[in-house]
Ligand binder design. Structure first.
Ligand SMILES: NCCCC(=O)O
Length: 537
């Protein structure tokens, strides 16, 4: 039998029902902490901490009923909890009139950080609102400037899957305090299997609290975070309860209460009875002051000292970020919301996406010069050059055989001008294929001139020959006047003269100019514009 005075501390958490999977483990961690504290001779040596564990089922009404019972019976000195934000908000609203202190291990809503409304509410877990700076840190890391914030919805990923809003074009950042597998869960009648939700969640970034410190330092209990984790698992197994991710916060909350209560007894020769009486205003204010002064190493924030003062604000807390990949959470970095927007990466950690690139925040529109492709230019040059070479072959044949009867009869001189016209037309094909940045106003004019002269020379020659044949064969009764090549060439030069006049007027009045046409093409930014990931070479 212990001679110690029982010192009652109440706890409010969902111990049964659908929320007991995370709630019962918190109370278990608090009990475990009290076992440790009661074995210590340096903390509350005259008192036996006793946890009055009450079950709220996560319901506001039940939470209030328990609070009224506490008030009515005059026990306890303070409350550990409530576990759920809705209960905490309601309880804190009433408890303040009795100056009853609450320390929650899991109520995360930012509303509870309103110190004017909830002056006696504290918590060891940070406000969920503090994670906003982790979102900003991620956006800065990936150079995102366009982000959308969606209201949390339990079936969000079911909708994401059904609407095919996942894959290369989507980057989801999800903050839900359940890094152990929200993507593996599904809900009755959702019409989605867990595998489908997992598929949609692949490569989502998950933000979550740092529940257990990664440091190897001994906490005030003498346990390192890893030792705590092991002992905690054994402890809950003994009492047939499941572990809770909030367990470490519950453990630290219990220590926080004990340290504050201890400070209120220190230096006082006699045991303080008023510690046992919640109606004793002086004691409550003193405990509150001691809570805000308390600093110790816990199992949650590791090498940092827990400070309830800092956790009151909306900007403190440590958050883990990682990727969901292969249906598992892969830890990548830690972010301290109270610090700048820098992420601290774990063991070569990196955000590795399916294509090795980081997600982008959208498509960017870039002007793209509309030009013929290089391939098009090459093909046209090859065909035109082949045509030019063929023309030179005909020219050679025509000149070499100009005295042979059949060639001579076909006017080899006019044939040659016709071939020269064809060569000019082929040259214009090459000039018309020049495009993009190589194109100049001069080339634009040159290709018109080459095509125009080429056409006129080739068809002018053919026309003149046809005209001569016509003159020779049709005007039988008229005295035949010899029509020589020189006359035909003269006719061609006359055509060219007319062309030249037209081209000159054109050039003077409205010369061809180069204009640039761009299309607004959606372009995925190149890898160079992507975030430089820590392990990128
Ligand atoms: N899932 C834990 C409860 C969180 C909250 O109500 O703030």
């Amino acid at each position: 039998q212990s001679n110690k005075i029982p010192l009652y501390v109440g706890s409010l958490a969902p111990l049964s029902g659908k929320r007991s999977w995370w709630g019962a483990g918190i109370t278990a961690a608090m009990k475990m902490a009290f076992d440790y504290i009661n074995n210590r001779t340096d903390i509350l040596p005259s008192y036996e901490l006793t946890l009055l564990a009450n079950d709220t089922k996560g319901e506001t009404g039940l939470g209030n009923k328990i609070l009224y019972d506490y008030i009515r019976t005059g026990k306890p000195s303070l409350i550990l909890g409530p576990g759920r934000s809705n209960v905490a908000l309601s309880v804190a609203d009433t408890a303040k009139y009795w100056k009853m202190i609450q320390i929650s291990a899991s109520a995360e809503t930012g509303d509870l950080s309103d110190v004017d409304n909830y002056p006696f509410f504290f918590r060891t877990i940070s406000s969920i609102s503090a994670s906003k700076s982790t979102f900003v840190a991620l956006a800065k890391t990936f150079h995102w400037k366009r982000v959308a914030i969606l209201f949390f919805s339990r079936d969000m990923y079911i909708r994401i899957y059904k609407n095919k809003l996942f894959g290369q074009r989507y980057g989801w950042v999800v903050h839900t305090p359940d890094s152990q597998g929200w993507w593996n869960r599904t809900y009755p009648h959702s019409g989605c299997t867990a595998d489908q939700v997992t598929e949609a969640a692949e490569y989502a970034i998950s933000i979550d609290h740092l529940y257990l410190s990664k440091a190897n330092a001994s906490s005030i209990s003498g346990l390192t975070p890893q030792q705590f984790s092991k002992e905690y698992k054994a402890y809950v197994a003994k009492i047939n309860v499941s572990t809770s991710v909030y367990g470490p916060f519950g453990f630290d909350a219990a220590w926080m209460a004990a340290i504050a209560l201890n400070s209120s007894t220190e230096g006082k020769s006699t045991t303080r009875r008023d510690l046992l009486d919640i109606h004793e205003e002086v004691a409550t204010e003193e405990i509150k002051e001691n809570l805000l002064r308390a600093r110790f190493l816990g199992v949650t924030v590791g090498i940092l000292y827990i400070s309830l003062l800092s956790l009151i604000t909306l900007s403190h807390g440590q958050f883990l970020t990682g990727l969901i990949s292969g249906s598992k959470f892969h830890l990548v970095a830690l972010h301290d919301a109270g610090q700048a927007y820098n992420l601290t990466y774990y063991d070569q950690g990196k955000f590795q996406w399916r294509d090795g690139k980081s997600p982008i925040d959208g498509v960017t529109y870039r002007d793209k010069l509309m030009e013929l492709s290089e391939g098009h230019f090459i093909v046209m040059c090859v065909i035109a050059t082949f045509g030019i070479l063929l023309c030179f072959g005909f020219l050679h044949f025509n000149i070499v055989n100009r005295n042979k009867r059949c060639v001579k009869m076909s006017s080899p001189n006019i044939n040659s001008t016709m071939i020269i016209g064809c060569i000019l037309a082929y040259v214009s094909v090459i000039l018309f294929s020049v495009d993009g940045m190589s194109l100049t106003g001069e080339i634009c004019m040159a290709r018109v001139v080459a095509l125009d002269y080429g056409f006129t020379i080739a068809f002018g020659s053919m026309f003149s020959k046809t005209w001569r044949v016509h003159r020779i064969t049709r005007k039988l009764r008229v005295r035949r006047k010899a029509i020589h090549d020189i006359h035909l060439l003269g006719m061609i030069f006359m055509f060219l003269f007319v062309d030249t006049l037209i081209l000159m007027v054109w050039y003077m009045v409205d010369p061809l100019r180069k204009t640039q046409k761009s299309s607004c093409t959606p372009t995925i930014r190149s890898t160079n514009a992507m975030a430089k990931l820590p392990s990128d070479p």
